[in-house]
Ligand binder design. Structure first.
Ligand SMILES: CCCCCCCC/C=C\CCCCCCCC(=O)N[C@@H](CO)[C@H](O)/C=C/CCCCCCCCCCCCC
Ligand SMILES: [Ca+2]
Ligand SMILES: [Zn+2]
Length: 324
């Protein structure tokens, strides 16, 4: 069978009908299988007339619009015929704004500690890209790329920053710990195809574990700047996850209010929470692993801004560092 064997030109009215037929129950994970003609098509514009290239191979189905079992609360195709969830897609742009700034701000710390730190925010650019692709298409491939990229950023974060004192007893050093994280991540990546609807919940469990580890670390901390950063990180995460849960489970309520944008707001809040949380974790790591560099916390663009981006300054001079 040819890849684009069936090229079907469909009038706009027919497309709209197909969209409606193919639309799933909003805010639900359960799949209501849309007609094949709808799911296995990619929508294009040809001389202003929408046309659909129907794909014959099953593999191509994973790229098909709305082939994911997940459909967020925002109305599909409300603002564009090519973008399924417009606001959710556009809000993912925040990844491209915050990531380069964080890359720049964390450079002095990364140079001193490990240049691999830069990979975190480099990979966040891909998380943003995949998130845009997912919400633009609601395709199964988009969902897997979105979720697996988050999993690999988390894995990198654990390898770089998980406190040595909490390593399992059979782990000798950070290198062996990273190998263990890599093995767990590979197994999790493969298992994520078994029940894709469970992936997002597994990822949120990692977030809970990070939160728990932070609370343990903070119990003995008296530094007001560090405590403030911890409170802000947890507060932003709590706001973000409330939006995610509310969009997932409270969609009918938000539809009545005609406000279906909570998932987009989650994107914005979780990126800022990650900037705050990861800087806090990196600061705790620096205090333990490179104490001679005298790490401190500051905010960009101005230190007294309530919602500035946090970063690590190293107050130890090169001389001091060499001496230690
Ligand atoms: C010692 C461990 C250090 C870990 C450092 C933190 C590394 C940051 C890791 C991940 C970044 C999160 C990026 C979120 C992208 C959101 C994309 C998205 O919206 N995807 C949804 C579908 O569109 C999907 O349903 C979401 C699934 C849940 C994702 C859970 C992410 C966990 C985020 C952990 C953030 C830590 C913040 C710490 C605050 C104290
Ligand atoms: Ca939707
Ligand atoms: Zn999303």
């Amino acid at each position: 069978m040819g890849k684009t064997a069936d090229l079907t030109v469909v009038q706009k009215t027919t497309i709209d009908t197909l969209h409606k037929e193919g639309k799933k129950q909003k805010g639900q994970f359960a799949r209501t299988v849309p007609p094949r003609a709808v799911t296995n098509c990619a929508l294009h514009l040809f001389h202003g007339i929408p046309i659909r290239f129907q794909r014959s191979e099953d593999m191509a189905g994973v790229f098909a619009y709305e082939s994911s079992e997940v459909d967020w609360c925002e109305d599909n195709y409300r603002h564009s015929d090519n973008v399924v969830e417009y606001f959710n897609t556009m809000s993912s742009f925040i990844f491209f704004l915050i990531s380069p700034i964080m890359l720049y701000l964390l450079h002095p710390y990364a140079r001193e500690r490990n240049l691999a730190v830069h990979l975190v925010w480099l990979m966040m650019v891909f998380v943003g890209l995949f998130s845009m692709y997912f919400h633009m298409t609601l395709s199964f491939m988009g969902q897997m790329l979105d979720e697996l990229s988050i999993l690999w950023v988390l894995a990198l974060g654990y390898s770089l920053w998980f406190p040595r004192k909490h390593f399992p007893s059979f782990i000798k050093d950070r290198k062996s710990f990273s190998r263990m994280v890599l093995a767990v991540t590979l197994v999790t990546t493969l298992s994520s195809f078994v029940k894709p609807t469970a992936n997002a919940y597994v990822l949120n469990c990692f977030a809970l574990h990070i939160l728990y580890s932070l609370c343990v670390e903070m119990r003995s901390c008296t530094d007001q700047r560090v405590l403030r950063l911890a409170k802000m990180s947890v507060g932003l995460w709590a706001l973000a996850i409330s939006c995610w849960i509310s969009d997932r489970f409270g969609c009918s309520f938000w539809q009545k209010l005609n406000f279906c944008y909570l998932h987009g707001i989650w994107h914005i809040l979780i990126v800022v929470a990650t900037a705050y949380g990861s800087t806090l974790i990196a600061y705790l790591d620096a205090s333990f692993e490179i104490p001679y560099s005298l790490p401190g916390l500051q905010y960009w663009p101005k230190d007294d801004w309530v919602l500035g981006l946090p970063y690590i300054v190293l107050k130890g001079t090169t001389k001091t560092r060499k001496g230690c």
